[in-house]
Design a protein around this ligand. Structure first.
Ligand code: UDP
Length: 239
């Protein structure tokens, strides 16, 4: 894989929580507009951008299961929730003139294409933004794991995980003012220290395939294009 400055195709992972922004539930249009502008900037500098949307602003299967629901069914609700975020992002991207396709792992042909990896790659080559929804289509997985898997399958150079904090810290920076941010980490350290980068399944997948991860703050002005261009931002996780 090329080093950070030479990335040609990236997978941007957007957490569901980010979509909610200041809203108690659902989608904050200001956030989606911000994301769309960032993605547009990235596409304009010539990098191919695929996106995986999370769904934490809608439903998390594990949380519903704790309150008595069947875990698998709750996970399907979670996956369907991610598609709502995908459609919102698609709308804002198209309003600012980008070509987009949504592909879902659970077929819903009225609103999106099914997930077809080779087709996704063709879309990216034509400069379209491909947005992956419905996770992997399988309960007991996360959209972080989806991001790692999709990145590998479409041949992306890195996973860019956009979050609410500006990188990975040794403690929660919102609770502990002395928390120290890492500029770089290796996969083993992330797993050993239980650092909150992505879940262990996702990290293992990246580690086994030497797929770099960048964790960065979604809302900072110009952050998406900086991450996409491989500039020093957030925390880089590699071997
Ligand atoms: N989910 C799933 N399989 C997948 C991806 C997601 O079952 O492959 C479900 C799971 O219930 C999860 C929910 O969809 O809690 C929303 O995704 P996630 O929690 O990863 O969203 P994020 O944390 O990024 O907002």
């Amino acid at each position: 894989r090329p080093n950070r400055a030479g990335w040609k195709r990236v997978l941007l992972k957007l957490s569901g929580e980010a979509f909610a922004g200041a809203e108690p539930l659902g989608i904050d249009p200001a956030v989606v507009q911000h994301v769309a502008e960032g993605v547009a900037e990235a596409v304009r500098v010539g990098v191919q951008v695929a996106v995986v949307c999370g769904g934490g602003n809608m439903f998390r299967g594990a949380a519903l299961a704790e309150r008595g629901m069947d875990r698998a069914r709750a996970d399907y609700m979670g996956m369907i929730g991610t598609v709502i975020n995908c459609l919102a992002l698609q709308d804002f991207l198209e309003k600012i003139g980008l070509d987009t396709r949504v592909q879902t792992a659970i077929t819903m042909s009225q609103v999106a294409e099914p997930y077809i990896p080779r087709r996704a790659i063709r879309h990216l080559e034509k400069g379209r933004v491909v947005i992956f929804g419905a996770g992997l289509g399988q309960p007991f997985f996360s959209t972080d794991t989806t991001a790692a898997q999709r990145a590998l399958e479409i041949g992306a150079d890195a996973v860019l995980k956009a979050t609410q904090v500006d990188g990975v810290y040794d403690a929660d920076p919102r609770k502990n003012p002395d928390a120290v941010k890492f500029d770089r980490l290796d996969y083993a350290e992330v797993l050993q220290r239980g650092l909150k980068v992505m879940d262990a399944t996702a990290i293992s997948l990246c580690m086994d395939n030497a797929l770099p991860i960048v964790v960065f703050d979604l809302m900072g002005q110009g952050n998406i294009v900086r991450a996409v261009r491989g500039e020093k931002i957030g925390t880089l996780v590699t071997q």
